[in-house]
Structure formats: structure tokens, C-alpha cells
Ligand binder design. Sequence first.
Ligand SMILES: [Zn+2]
Ligand SMILES: [Zn+2]
Length: 281
Amino acid sequence: MEASPFRGVVASLATMHGKQWALRPLLRRRLGLSLRLADVDTDVLGTFTGEVRRAGSARETVVRKARLGMAATGSPVGLASEGAFGPHPVAPWTAADVEYVALLDDRTGLTVVEHVVSVETNHGHVVTDGRDLAAVLAFLRGVGFPHHAVVVRPAAGTAQPVKGIGRLTDVLAAVRRACAESADGAAVLCADLRAHVNPTRMRVIAAAGERLARRLATPCPACAAPGFGPVGAEPGLPCRDCGTPTPRDALLIFGCDRCPYRSRRPLADAADPGSCPVCNP
Ligand SMILES: [Zn+2]
Ligand SMILES: [Zn+2]
């Protein structure tokens, strides 16, 4: 940490959902960086519950969110995090939470984005007419309720979802209300993915923060700018049995945000024949 270019720096953190709990201690410990909360409505960039659709990718949004915080606080250094839930990018039959964390530094023109892919996630939903209590309870158990909050909305129509529900009596009341409001008499019950009511997600954000901190502590071998790390990958890992290039990544490309220096590191020796277009067409 002695050499950290962020020692004593105060960065804005744009969050409405308590992400400072995941990020503040590790950034202070690893980089000497402090956080100042930016009072901005990050929901304008998109919500998990669909009232506001996210305009760009999570990677683009995390940079935009950091910019909002910097504008609100006047700080030249800003941080933000953004999550995306869906199929795992490499194993699409598994659900995944991809968490991005970005640091922008206008003093030097630096933008560093890191991400973590985690299969530890409780995102999911169930449609209920409210009569099958056992199904509702099973869903709640599955998403880690009440340590994780849930969201309830009518299955049909445009009524606003009720978010952050953490008590069983409130869940059942919200389901009854949503069923009554919905044209088809059904309610959708889903996990609340906002970080402050979803400790599983908060842990993944902390893991992304650790990765960002490690990267910011890594200077570029060519120009010494902070944040040297993975910027891409090259497919074509040869099949272990027949040597045919597979879609699996063969090389990780490391790069710098400030200069064109790149280096390549092999990821593995060979790919499983299961991913080979010849052995497993
Ligand atoms: Zn093969
Ligand atoms: Zn460089």
C-alpha cells in the first residue's frame, strides 16, 4: 500500500443500496482510498424490477454511474458497481451474477473496470395465485428469505412492484393484494436483487472490489499507470485429443488503460475434447 497512487484520495461512490459496506473497508486497507457517498438516483440508469430498463451493457452502465457520482460530489475520482443477472457467460445452463466495479480518475484519464462472475446467486421468481402456500414458502426458503428480501408485483398489468419485503406476513399480504390487482389473478414473487437487502450479492460485489483493488495496485510494466490487468481473451485452445482449435480461450490478454502495451498469458495447455468441433461435433 506504500506505493498506492490512491493513498489519501477520496473517491465518490454512487450508490443508493449500501454498497459502501462491501467496498469501503477493502479499498481503505488495500489502496488507502476513502469513499464519499454521492447522493444520486442511480435507478435512472436501470432497475432490476423493470420500471427503468438499462440502456447499455452493465460495463457501460457502471462507468456512467461512476460519472454521476463524480458530478454530484465534484470529486475527480469516482467508483461505482453494477450487476447483471442471467445465464452464466460460459456455462449458460447455470444462473450467474456478474458484478462490475469501476474506478475513474479524471486527474490522469484512467478508467479501470473489473468484474466477477459468480454462480452464488438467489435470483429467481415464482408465479402464484396465492392459494398454494407451500409453493410460496418453498420459494422463500430457496432465496434465503428473510435474510434476503423479496419483491411482489401483479403478474398482469403495470402496477409498481413492492420491494424490500422482509417479513412473512408482509409477503402474504402483498401477494393477496397483487393477485387482486392482476387481470389474471396471479402475483409474481421474486428475489430482491438490490445489494442492501441481498447479502449474497453484497459478497459478490466485495469480491469484485477485491479484484479491482488488486488491479489498481498493479502498475503497467511499460508506463507505470495503475490498473494493469486482463482486457480480453483469445479463443482457440487446442483439443487435448486431436489438436483442433476449440472455442475455449487459449490466452488471456493483459493491458493498460493509458498506453498500448499488451502482454499475453496462456490459460491452459489443452481443451477437453467435449468442447472440440471435431471430437464432439
Ligand atoms: Zn478434438
Ligand atoms: Zn501503460
